[in-house]
Design a binder for this molecule. Structure first.
Ligand SMILES: [Zn+2]
Length: 479
């Protein structure tokens, strides 16, 4: 044998003995609409009865981020930020009619380009085509596909079960089919979104079910106050006018809401069981998060979409990666960090220009000390004709909220400042005691929004199809 032939033979032998590369990891994201952080047992300050044993178990097996802020207080604006790792101002989705421009690269497009199969199950009519969020998904189920004729606030409770009617068979096909591509699966559910109608026995877990019917009657009366534009929020003044005890209403509402959270958690558990039983779980990264929270009169209103306070933008974030140890991470992170984190964990190339930061070193415990905490931002563009624009800047010391355009219907101070370490729920505005901090934050906020890049191709002139309009009206987002 010539020396060249020997080399070839040795090379072939080395190749033959090399083990197969490990299969690329799958990714499942549970995106639970309207899930405030303290509704999740492992993040609840009082540590009473947990509504979320499944999420608690996931967090015990993975990374629990205790300080994650969403980039907006409502679905339409928040979810595109999660899917693009771009702030709303940059990706252009800031109003009911806005669509994500084709020039954006979504997380689904990044995964698909890397050879993943991609699927989304969306139960909110804002998601999918209405916002041009189908980009990159091979398979998309939208609200109209999953909910059928169910429309209106009462149809939100139980949507996780409707998702699972279609998602569990999808997982079965992936598990038992011949296509060996890894997958990226996004499961969105609406259970905790108004009007909180948990089915038995979930209705009795955190509320007295005997009160539910009277509560829904009060909700209907509050809704009927017709001087309000679209959105479901109601103020303490509205309660006073109708002679409804606001705090009792909020307490019962919160209990029913927790029942809906518990049901959603139960359905997440069914997906986890299916992943485990089909042998997929050991090679699957699992994420649980939300698009925004919900207010129960903490700052004078109900519902969501109208402020940037903690109950509205503090969301759960759990990332369970196979082989990674359990860890609790108190650093401040953002929903738009999810995309670079998942791409990093799966070695999928990043698109350029992402505004989030990979949390993979924190999830894997490889560089705890190397992660630099940076300010996190949230943006509120409101759709009402009288709506305003506000931005929040949050860091380890301060949370600054600046009403760049005041909201006439919902008067708020132009500027508020909260000490994040001692006042995490934004109760005590200390702006007048810290005029220099206020001045610097105002300047930084205005400069940032003047110079933040904008994606090309944003078009807000497009209209929604009739079915989507109908669903949004039924949910109270449009009149
Ligand atoms: Zn939402």
């Amino acid at each position: 044998m010539s020396s060249a032939a020997v080399l070839v033979a040795l090379a072939l032998a080395a190749m033959a003995s090399e083990p197969d590369p490990p299969p690329r990891q799958n990714v499942v994201v549970f995106l639970v609409d309207t899930l405030r952080a303290d509704a999740v047992g492992c993040l609840a300050p009082d540590k009473g009865k947990s509504a979320t044993p499944t999420i608690d178990r996931l967090s015990a097996d993975g990374a629990l981020f205790t300080r994650c802020s969403s980039q907006a207080p409502w679905t339409k604006v928040s979810v595109p930020s999660i899917l693009t790792s771009l702030y709303p101002t940059t990706n252009g989705v800031v109003s009911v009619l806005a669509k994500l421009p084709d020039s954006a690269t979504t997380i689904a497009e990044a995964f698909r380009s890397a050879g993943y199969r991609t699927a989304a199950f969306f139960t909110n009519p804002f998601l999918g085509n209405a916002t041009n969020l189908r980009q990159g998904f091979d398979t998309v189920y939208e609200a109209k596909d999953l909910l059928g004729d169910r429309k209106g606030p009462r149809s939100n409770s139980g949507t996780s079960a409707l998702v699972n009617q279609k998602a569990l068979p999808w997982i079965d096909v992936v598990a038992h089919g011949t296509d060996r591509r890894p997958f990226f699966l996004l499961l969105h559910s609406m259970d905790p979104h108004e009007e909180y109608c948990p089915a038995p026995p979930w209705d009795a877990l955190f509320a007295d079910p005997a009160r539910a019917s009277a509560w829904h009657g009060q909700w209907a009366r509050l809704k009927s106050l017709d001087e309000h534009p679209a959105i479901n929020r109601r103020s303490r003044a509205d309660f006073a006018r109708l002679g409804i005890d606001a705090d009792a209403f909020a307490a019962t509402g919160r209990g029913l809401y927790q029942g809906c959270v518990a049901f959603d958690d139960h359905e997440i558990g069914r997906v986890m069981d299916r992943l485990k039983d089909s042998g997929l779980l050991d090679n699957t990264i699992v994420v649980v998060t939300s698009d925004h929270g919900e207010e129960f009169l903490e700052h004078g209103y109900t519902s969501h979409g109208h402020s940037l306070y903690d109950e509205m933008i503090h969301v759960p974030l759990v990332i369970r990666a196979p082989g990674a140890a359990s860890r609790r991470i108190d650093l401040r992170v953002a929903s738009l960090d999810i995309m670079p984190t998942l791409l990093d964990l799966t070695n999928v190339p990043y698109p350029t220009g992402l505004q989030g930061t990979s949390l993979a070193p924190l999830v894997l415990g490889t560089a705890n000390s190397g992660f630099v905490e940076r300010p996190v931002w949230s943006e509120m563009y409101t759709e009402d004709p009288v709506g305003g624009i506000a931005f929040a800047r949050i860091d380890a010391t301060w949370k600054a909220i600046f009403q760049v355009k005041p909201w006439r219907e919902l008067p708020r101070p132009e500027f508020e400042l909260f000490a994040t370490a001692t006042d995490p729920n934004d109760r005590d505005d200390v702006s007048t005691k810290n005029p220099d901090v206020m001045k610097a934050a105002k300047k930084e906020i205005l400069q940032r929004y003047a110079f933040l890049p904008r994606l090309p191709g944003v078009d807000t002139s497009l209209t929604l199809d009739a079915d989507t309009l109908d669903r949004l009206k039924a949910l109270g987002y449009l009149k």
